[in-house]
Design a binder for this molecule. Structure first.
Ligand code: SF4
Length: 97
């Protein structure tokens, strides 16, 4: 039986799903004027622009998907344990409340 890794296409940009959108919106303080940000092509374009580097996209894509689904969860994100928290707009704003 194939694993998720073996069937996931290698793309040179981040796969945009709801978890990834949530992570990028929180981290970079992005906004969407769509009620369903997943349908927002301008937002998707901004995310792809931010996801620009020159190394192993397969590993990076899997890491982003896992990170968004495990650490930066919809409810009760694990911000205190998150290795990105000191750079994250969401965490900084929540810490100031
Ligand atoms: S600090 Fe919190 S909101 Fe920011 S990326 Fe980490 S888990 Fe997500």
């Amino acid at each position: 039986m194939p694993t998720q890794c073996s069937v996931m296409p290698i793309t040179r940009t981040v796969p945009i799903d709801t978890n990834v959108i949530r992570l990028f919106i929180r981290f970079f303080d992005l906004k969407s004027d769509k009620s369903r940000p997943r349908t927002d092509k301008i937002l998707a374009s901004k995310i792809r622009d931010l996801y620009s580097f020159n190394f192993d996209f397969k590993t990076a894509n899997l890491a982003v998907l896992d990170f968004a689904g495990i650490i930066c969860t919809t409810v009760n994100p694990k911000c205190k344990e998150c290795p990105l928290n000191i750079q994250c707009n969401y965490y900084i704003e929540e810490s100031l409340l």
